[in-house]
Design a binder for this molecule. Structure first.
Ligand code: HEC
Ligand code: HEC
Length: 332
């Protein structure tokens, strides 16, 4: 800035100062109003729209691909171009230098001109940065790895069960019997019992098969634990084990008996009595089911969606069957 420019600038500055409003309280007040509006908008979004949550973190799920939020994708993509050993430099030193560069801008850039076209260097650099951000975000989105689907995409349930059956016969039947009944002298607990299947979620069974229970003679089968089975294969085995519950041992096709009329009393005895007692009288921390006559909706929701230790029957019972069970509970 030369002397003449400086005088011109001071003149303009004085003029603007006379016409203008003070920063405090005028500008501060305007700012506060805008931020209050933004705050209310965010609060309303949080309360009425909410954010979709993913499932609880599961350290056994090797197929999960963690991704940053979209506005960080460009940084994430930029990091991919660096070899791992240089990552600290790429992640901290380079962005740090860029920030310092901006921080000291007023000291090395004293150009009095303000229009972008009069500041070619700054304008060019910033344009390139913005283009790079857009391009990197785009590249990151289109090259996003798709998670390997646990239920091997495209396979029908029957196919998965068939795969699981073959794997079970090869890996597990020696100790657990071909249909999970158990083998005398080797295993004690029949895997095909409702007692076992109803009291463990798929995740729990997955963990047992993957990590094993070395103290009782059950080895680890998961690839993550040095075993021969992938997560998909373990899930196929679990699908096969679940099929025992649906149509009797080892049957993927319904037998005439499974197709016969639904009997709520019988279903209750086989599936619910373990926890709620033979007469629905309750057992320890499992509640008695004696309010069926007055609490139909609550009961329906609990059976449909599960609650705490109560499993969900969404995939096992139709709505009509659930109603029949509640009806039966109310009148027995
Ligand atoms: C070398 C014998 C052996 C083999 C092979 C074996 N298991 Fe086991 N497994 C056991 C023993 C012993 C237990 C302890 C429970 C028992 O004694 O019934 C057990 C327990 C389990 C449990 C937990 C039961 C509970 O009470 O929580 C599951 C689930 C299971 N096995 C599934 C499998 C599956 C699936 C395979 C095949 C991939 C398999 N096992 C292969 C011996 C074996
Ligand atoms: C693994 C054990 C288990 C099995 C099996 C089970 N339940 Fe439950 N059930 C529970 C537990 C625990 C609760 C209490 C849940 C809570 O309030 O957190 C519950 C709650 C309920 C309730 C709500 C009772 C109330 O007063 O709120 C109903 C209804 C119910 N179960 C029906 C059934 C039916 C019908 C079946 C069989 C199709 C069944 N349950 C199988 C454990 C089980």
């Amino acid at each position: 800035m030369n002397k003449q420019q400086k005088e011109e600038y001071m003149k303009k500055y004085k003029m603007l100062k006379e016409q203008g409003v003070p920063f405090f309280p005028d500008i501060v007040f305007k700012d506060a109003v805008v931020w209050l509006a933004v705050f209310l908008l965010m609060s309303a979004l949080a309360i009425f729209v909410g954010v979709h949550m993913e499932g609880k973190a599961n350290p056994n799920d090797a197929s999960y691909i963690p991704r940053p939020e979209w506005y960080f994708l460009f940084l994430y993509q930029y990091l991919k171009y660096w070899p791992g050993s240089l990552e600290p430099i790429a992640a901290t030193v380079i962005p740090g230098i860029a920030i310092l560069f901006l921080l000291f801008l007023p000291f090395y850039d004293t150009n009095p001109k303000r229009h972008p076209l009069n500041r070619p260097v700054a304008t060019t650099i910033m344009t390139l940065v913005v283009i790079a951000m857009v391009v990197l975000t785009y590249v990151s989105v289109v090259t996003e790895a798709k998670p390997t689907k646990t239920a091997a995409a495209g396979q029908t349930k029957a196919e998965i069960i068939k795969t699981g059956k073959a794997l079970f016969e090869k890996n597990c039947a020696g100790c657990h019997g071909p249909d999970g009944k158990g083998v005398k002298g080797v295993t004690h607990l029949p895997l095909n019992s409702d007692d076992f299947l109803n009291t463990r979620t798929d995740d729990v069974i997955h963990n047992i098969i993957s990590a094993g229970q070395p103290s009782v003679g059950m080895q680890a089968f998961g690839a993550a634990n040095g075993g021969p089975l992938s997560d998909e294969q373990i899930d196929a085995i679990i699908a096969y084990m679940r099929s025992w519950q649906e149509g009797g041992a080892a049957q993927a096709t319904p037998t005439p008996s499974a197709a016969k009329k639904f009997d709520p009393a019988d279903y209750y005895k086989k599936n619910c009595a373990v926890c709620h007692g033979a007469n629905a009288e309750g057992k320890g921390s499992f509640p008695a089911l004696d309010k069926a006559a007055t609490e139909h909706d609550l009961y329906f929701n609990t059976i449909m969606n599960g609650k705490g230790a109560m499993p969900s029957y969404k995939n096992k019972l139709t709505k009509d069957q659930i109603n029949q069970i509640i009806d039966w509970l109310a009148h027995k």
